[in-house]
Ligand binder design. Structure first.
Ligand SMILES: [Zn+2]
Length: 468
């Protein structure tokens, strides 16, 4: 199968080039001068559009298996494809979680049956319980290890427990203390892997929430119950562990200016700490609560304009290397509950591409930097580069075509998600992914899948990849 993409502005490591792309047998065969006549089975005209390396969403919770009333892998990967994504990396905290090499292989086989886009898999750290599975999981191809730092787990299902009062203490595995967390850093460092964490210091959260004196009712309450100091404190501790062990540490879903400043300080001292943020932190602030309502509840919380500005500055100076959706669905019924009682998390893998390209064309960043944080640097971080994340001969022909003139209003009823409740419901977007090429074949046009589900597992390789 030979596909040629003509007339696009192609975003390559050497800059934006006015070239045609020849794909052959799933790979990029050549970047060609315009209008060379070449035999191909199919032509895709990208006139007026940018051709990006396929977007990678490294932060997806598909809830599959175990919580499939909220979402499943077929829906999340189809949504990702509709929004311009070619690869996702699936978070490990389904039920049961991916906590061993055996489970990693099982999960791969299960997801390959239904995947619409290519996918990698995270492994989970459960403290001492699976300390000696972390290095083997990474060597078996897990993209990274995630620790839900400070969260207790249910003893039977290994599910995260958000509120310790919900469960009798004998049913809980309590979160590991810092001594064990330091051991986790050492294990991951031993194979050159990446350790990532939810960074909100649990003790600061519980005392801050108690200090409110009443349940969280208003948006302001939420910000008081989850102060930015909780984020920066966790990052500061992690940076010290990273310095001590040499372990690459990645802050997922960073949301605050204080977090940015702490990561930046560590990087200046040569510590291998990187950060991710998410579309919700880059496009919404507390001021949107009046319009969006309680479905805006995510952890860490969406903060103030100055936090959003600091996150964009961190993208542009390289402190933030990767953007992920943190697609974390709950049922429509759950998200219809009041602000205090509804679970935190929102659907997002489907709007990830469109919300971010809309921000690009609002001049929040450059086309080149956008390609880095949406694809190239993400692929490098998680050991998928140069197979993924770059438009160059030999790489997988994964491409996201973005038309600056395309417009759309986000509507819950149009979403693919099993439980379609988006914080961006009603938002008007301009400049959108309009086509996707997955391993040399057209897989999406105008938001609609073309052909069947043909996503494959991508095994990560650590240690040899250049650092992000
Ligand atoms: Zn998450």
């Amino acid at each position: 199968m030979r596909l040629i993409i003509k007339n696009g502005s192609v975003v390559t490591p050497a800059g934006v080039q006015e070239v045609d792309i020849l794909c052959d047998d799933g790979r990029i065969a050549a970047l060609l001068e315009r209008n060379l006549s070449v035999d191909a089975d199919e032509t895709l005209d990208a006139a007026g559009a940018y051709v990006f390396p396929g977007f990678i969403d490294p932060h997806v919770h598909s809830r599959d298996p175990g919580l499939t009333e909220k979402e499943d892998f077929a829906h999340s990967t189809l949504g990702a494809l509709a929004g311009g994504v070619t690869t996702i990396i699936e978070m490990p905290n389904a039920v049961p979680p991916v906590d061993s090499v055996d489970m990693l292989h099982q999960r791969r086989e299960q997801h390959e049956q239904v995947a619409w886009v290519d996918f990698g898999l995270w492994g989970i750290s459960l403290g001492e319980a699976n300390l000696h599975q972390l290095a083997p999981m990474l060597e078996a191809g897990a993209a990274a290890v995630k620790i839900f730092w400070g969260y207790a787990l249910r003893r039977d299902t290994k599910q995260l427990v958000y509120n310790l009062d919900d469960e009798p203490v004998e049913n809980l595995l309590m979160p590991p203390g810092n001594g064990v967390v330091l051991q986790i850093f050492k294990e991951v460092a031993s194979v050159g892997g990446v350790l990532a964490a939810h960074c909100e210091d649990r003790d600061i959260l519980s005392v801050s929430e108690r200090a409110l004196g009443h349940p969280v009712e208003t948006y302001d309450d939420l910000l008081h119950a989850r102060p930015d100091t909780a984020e920066s404190t966790s990052i500061a501790i992690a940076a010290e562990f990273s310095r001590a062990t040499g372990c690459r540490f990645h802050v997922v879903h960073m949301a605050s200016a204080r977090g940015v400043e702490t990561v930046r300080g560590a990087r200046r001292r040569g510590i291998p700490v990187t950060a991710e943020t998410c579309p919700q932190y880059l496009t919404l602030t507390e001021d949107d609560y009046a319009r969006v309502g309680p479905v805006m509840k995510v952890y860490p919380p969406i903060r103030k304009q100055e936090d959003q500005d600091a996150l964009w500055a961190a993208i542009n100076d390289g402190t933030i290397v990767s953007i992920g959706s943190d697609h974390a669905p709950h049922t429509v019924e759950e998200k219809a509950r009041g602000f205090a009682t509804q679970p935190a998390g929102a659907v997002g893998c489907e709007t990830f591409g469109p919300v971010m390209t809309d921000a690009l064309f609002r001049d929040k960043t450059t086309v080149q930097r956008f390609a880095e944080v949406m694809s190239t640097a993400t692929a490098k971080l998680y050991g998928l580069y140069p197979r993924k994340g770059v438009i160059q001969p030999g790489s997988d022909a994964d491409l996201t075509i973005v038309d600056p003139a395309a417009t759309r209003t986000v509507r819950n009823e149009d979403l693919v998600a099993k439980q379609p409740v988006s914080p961006w419901n009603g938002f008007e977007l301009a400049g959108l992914p309009t086509a996707v090429v997955l391993r040399g074949e057209i897989a999406m046009r105008n938001g609609k899948p073309v052909g069947g589900h043909r996503g494959r597992y991508v095994r990560a390789q650590h240690g040899s990849a250049p650092s992000a």
